[in-house]
Design a protein. Structure first.
Length: 227
């Protein structure tokens, strides 16, 4: 049975109660917060393993909470949005959320997402160090989870690092968006491949004028090359 602590942040009581019910049935310990300020206080006092975070809240919305959490570390975040707009999802992912669900959602799907995020997070933390990867002016050290470009450390979020490492392990090999979702996020992402494009765009910006670049192979996917 699971034993990790999950923090639910939502101003709607019935959402908190529903999520609590299903997570506790799976053995998770559940905390709850009704607003962003309360959530940040709870994280500081008793850090959870993952935060289920609603976007639309009064006073301090989910984007602001996510910004604070990401400034402090890589605590996994599952965002909830009441709208099916791509812009909400993209902005959430750009701010560092690990995943998102649109309301109304199937609580069993939420549990599956939570389990997958935690499994991926645990695997990354406990993985064997592995050898240092080198391609052109890019160096990746899985043990320290650092990527260096011409000796300078790249400021990568957790999933950006995982994506870059995966591409590095498949140099010159085209990987489809679905393959990258499976390899990096560790589960079926329900067809929402836009998240791959968002993370690739971020990596391209951070790689800048490096000769190591992520190429788009139209109709197929992406590959890492050293030009």
């Amino acid at each position: 049975m699971a034993s990790e602590s999950i923090l639910i942040v939502d101003d709607e009581a019935h959402i908190r109660d529903l999520v609590r019910l299903y997570l506790e049935k799976e053995g998770y310990q559940v905390q709850a917060a009704t607003n962003g300020a309360e959530a940040l206080a709870q994280v500081r006092q008793s850090p959870p393993a993952l935060v289920v975070l609603d976007l639309m809240m009064p006073e301090m919305d989910g984007w602001e909470v996510c910004r604070h959490l990401r400034a402090a570390g890589n605590l996994p975040i599952l965002m909830l949005t009441a709208r099916d707009d791509d812009i909400d999802k993209i902005v959430g992912l750009e701010m560092g959320a690990d995943d998102y669900l649109t309301k109304p959602f199937n609580p069993r799907e939420l549990v599956a997402r939570v389990r997958a995020i935690l499994r991926r997070s645990t695997s990354a933390a406990s993985a064997a160090p592995g050898k240092i990867r080198q391609l052109g002016d890019l160096t990746i050290d899985p043990a320290s989870r650092e990527a260096l470009l011409r000796g300078e450390r790249l400021n990568l979020r957790a999933k950006e690092f995982d994506l870059l490492l995966t591409l590095m392990d498949h140099v010159n090999i085209v990987l489809s968006r679905d393959q990258l979702l499976d390899l990096v996020w560790g589960y079926e992402f329900y067809g929402q491949t836009r998240t791959v494009d968002v993370h690739v765009a971020h990596l391209r910006e951070k790689l800048g004028d490096s000769r190591v670049q992520i190429e788009t192979v139209w109709g197929m996917g992406y590959k890492l090359v050293n030009s």
